[in-house]
Design a protein around this ligand. Structure first.
Ligand code: ATP
Length: 477
């Protein structure tokens, strides 16, 4: 593998910003993986990580006592799965698929840690339920971002490679406003565009069998995409039952009861609080003096990645995430001006540009991506080994005053935190997350995250570069 001028063996860094104030920074390291996800793979620092070991450990979320053959899947789908390099199901796949495929169809609320294979569970259900003799839309899948919708579609296409499946996107700028009715079996999209296309009868759901919400807690949250999702649901056919599937790594209490109403009579697979994140992700924090110091530390992290990149025989990348789109742009402009290679991605960019940026990062042409919460959820890029929360994710709380006006961002957003750090440590891989704290308030917010997730967040010294680097190297072993 060749190194480029920046010293990276492969491309790819992302910085996240969102419409609120937290900044999230991801460091991405590319592992030397065989083309297919084989059982044994070499990680950084010459450490062998054995997926087969994890899939054989009953305490691992990747464990399964069964084979894919035993889960009742059609031969064409088994071919698709094996063609993707999967050899054994994960726990969520083993537990959910028999329930998902049983007849009569039953709704499902499925929770499992980030990066443990929920997508395959619902994609295989959609593909299993399609009657390929009919050219009608039979499954809809909604996701919170176009990036995630595109990723889900790539899984549909790969898993359905040996079927006759026809697919279509319901994402902005994909279909012309005056386009005629579509006949794709499976439509994947975001709720606003899906509503629009259903209203215009471009998407006809008379034959619909399955309706999936990925990142369902986010999709149902009334402070989030809840209204739009409900609009789609209200347009579903009423003359026959539609199987409703809700999947996420998180289901906070305030969404749980609504989820049960949205998917009545659902089979439920739930996680305990202490199981919310996978053990492969080591969580750290760094004490920064102020905003400027945060930037300095970030640049130092970027340099560190380049150093270990040279020290080992695999390549490494850095992602940075911020909560505010202006912060993302500002950090990326400054780093670029200082000669670093970074890209920024947020919802204010136009769709074509967003597609190009994420594709460049996914394919390794970009090394650092600064982004907002827009892609905090679901995005599966196996090479991401480090997530930096430049600012902790915070949630908006309305003021209790009678006017109902105004509010503040003081409370940590636990769910977003879990999803952000879950961009690393995918399917048994190792990853690091680093939180920047810079005053008492951010310190207390981090403590609340620690309590809520039940996982210790360890300190990394910022004044001693050697110690900082040693700790991070150790964590990635
Ligand atoms: N049985 C399997 N064997 C090997 N790899 C798998 C298997 N199932 C899924 N994967 C891989 O694991 C990775 C994570 O899967 P996926 O994106 O579905 O996770 P997720 O649970 O939906 O995560 P998130 O909560 O972040 O959305 C993907 O790269 C996927 O291809």
């Amino acid at each position: 593998m060749e190194k480029d001028a920046d010293g990276f063996y492969t491309p790819g860094s992302v910085i996240y910003t969102s419409s609120s104030r937290v900044k999230l920074i991801f460091l991405q390291l590319r592992l030397t993986l065989p083309p297919k996800l084989a059982s044994d793979r070499t990680s950084t620092f010459e450490v062998t990580v054995t997926l087969a070991d994890q899939q054989g450990d009953p305490n691992s979320p990747l464990y399964s006592a069964k084979t894919f053959e035993e889960l009742g899947l059609h031969q064409d789908l088994l071919r698709g799965i094996y063609d993707m390099g999967f050899s054994k199901p994960s726990k969520i796949q083993e537990r959910a698929l028999p329930l998902l495929l049983a007849n009569p169809p039953t709704n499902m609320i499925g929770q499992s840690q980030s990066g443990t294979g929920k997508t395959a569970a619902f994609v295989l259900t959609m593909l299993s339920r399609i009657d390929f003799t009919k050219n009608t839309t039979q499954a809809l899948c909604l996701a919170p971002s176009r990036e995630l919708a595109r990723q889900i579609m790539s899984v549909v296409v790969s898993m359905g490679k040996f079927t006759q499946v026809q697919t279509e996107y319901a994402i902005k700028d994909n279909l012309a406003r005056d386009s005629g009715p579509i006949s794709a079996h499976i439509v994947v999209g975001t709720p606003g565009t899906m509503t629009d296309l259903m209203r215009k009868r471009i998407i006809n759901v008379a034959d619909l069998k399955v309706f999936v919400l990925d990142e369902a807690d986010n999709m149902l949250d009334q402070d989030g995409l809840g209204d739009q999702t409900l609009r789609v649901k209200n347009m579903l056919p009423r003359d026959h039952p539609v199987q409703i599937l809700l999947f996420s790594a998180t289901f906070p209490d305030h969404v749980r009861s609504f989820a049960s109403k949205f998917a009545p009579g659902a089979n439920k697979i739930e996680l305990q609080k202490e199981e919310l994140s996978v053990s492969g992700i080591r969580q750290f924090y760094m004490d920064c003096r102020n905003e400027e110091h945060k930037y300095d530390i970030l640049v130092r992290l970027y340099d560190f990645i380049r150093t270990i990149n040279r020290a080992v025989s695999s390549s490494h990348c850095l992602d940075l995430a911020t909560q505010h789109k202006h912060t993302a742009d500002r950090i990326s402009a400054r780093m670029t001006a200082e000669g670093h290679k970074v890209a920024s991605l947020h919802g204010a960019k136009d769709p074509a540009e967003r597609d190009a940026i994420i594709d460049n990062f996914r394919d390794g042409r970009e090394k650092v991506l600064i982004t907002t919460n827009v892609i905090a959820r679901g995005i599966d890029i196996l090479q991401v080994n480090m997530v930096v929360n430049y600012d902790l994710p915070l949630m908006y709380e309305r003021s209790s005053g009678s006017s109902g006006e105004g509010g503040h961002f003081d409370k940590p957003d636990i769910e977003t935190y879990i999803h952000r750090i879950g961009r690393t440590g995918r399917f048994g891989r190792r990853g690091i997350s680093i939180n920047f704290v810079h005053d008492k308030k951010t310190w207390l917010q981090m403590e609340q995250i620690e309590q809520a997730t039940g996982k210790k967040i360890m300190r990394i010294e910022t004044n001693d570069v050697d110690e900082m680097e040693e700790k991070m190297k150790e964590a990635l072993k």
